[in-house]
Design a protein around this ligand. Structure first.
Ligand code: ZN
Length: 288
């Protein structure tokens, strides 16, 4: 089969849709050394899903960006987190190069490609199918070096912490599992915005399919190099509603939540977001 990225090479082995390092982290930090439903309660989890879509050369290229991201961001964030036994991010910023945008685009491209291939009969709402096709084309051309920017289809990056204790919610541990260990990819929308979200434990990449209102602040991944700050980020409401929906879809959560589940989940997310921000601020002050 022809490689979906370079369209020259032939596919050989099945490649991961969501980077393998996230699943390795789950296995390594699971008491049972196996990924089970309760380790990752996200209903959309597909255990390290793979498909035949890349040639060995393209696998290597994507693997290199994954490796740099894992070494510089994912592992320090998650290992640091485990060692210090803290509930919230301990990284306020990290240095990055061109690899960061390449990595984020490769994640969004793979996720959207996979979703569109698996659900061709389900058009995106709000007439966004054409945008999604364009996004895939632009991201693919950027990845193989045929263009230097991703134009109208930028990438946003954020790191989530843990939800704080919320009165009236019986399953804080489920929420904690979702935020810290959930791995999923999905598209989400409102009439003005549309994204493909990929959650790799605490790291979330949002690939823009359409954005007419530009609600994000401090999350945009640039094509150059510098220091990526995780402080003072403002996230789109579409992001919040996607997270909320994923949590509501957790079978464990659904069994345990009362009928007040919607309000309670909303409150938990709100608190988590503000606590997350507060933690980043206090860390910033610590550094002064
Ligand atoms: Zn290829």
């Amino acid at each position: 089969m022809q490689c979906a990225l370079c369209r020259k090479g032939e596919t050989s082995e099945a490649g991961h849709i969501i980077p393998h390092f996230a699943f390795r982290h789950l296995v390594k930090t699971s008491p049972t050394r196996f990924i089970r439903g309760y380790d990752n309660p996200n209903v959309r989890l597909q255990d390290g899903k793979t498909r035949h879509f890349l040639c060995p050369n393209c696998e290597d290229i994507l693997g290199r960006w994954e490796k740099i991201f894992a070494q510089n961001v994912f592992h320090p964030l998650h290992i640091h987190h485990v060692k210090r036994d803290r509930d919230y991010p301990t990284m306020s910023q990290f240095p990055y190069g061109e690899w960061l945008l390449k990595f984020c685009v490769s994640v969004s491209w793979r996720s959207l490609y996979d979703l569109m291939l698996d659900h061709p009969e389900e058009p995106l709402p709000h007439g966004d199918n054409e945008n999604a096709k364009q996004a895939l084309t632009v991201w693919r051309e950027y990845l193989i070096g045929e263009r230097e920017s991703v134009d109208a289809f930028p990438q946003h990056l954020t790191i989530v912490g843990s939800p704080v204790e919320t009165s009236g919610i019986a399953n804080t541990s489920d929420l904690k599992l979702f935020f810290e260990r959930g791995i999923t990819h999905s598209t989400w929308h409102n009439p003005f915005e549309s994204y493909v979200f990929t959650k790799m434990c605490r790291v979330i990449v949002a690939g823009t399919i359409k954005d007419q209102v530009r609600p994000w602040k401090g999350t945009l991944v640039g094509p150059d190099s510098g220091h990526f700050s995780l402080q003072e980020q403002v996230l789109s409401g579409v992001f919040t509603s996607w997270i909320r929906s994923d949590i509501a879809g957790m079978p464990i959560a659904r069994d345990r939540l009362s009928e007040r589940q919607s309000e309670v989940i909303d409150a938990a997310i709100k608190k988590f977001l503000s606590k997350n921000q507060g933690d980043a601020d206090s860390e910033k002050n610590d550094r002064k």
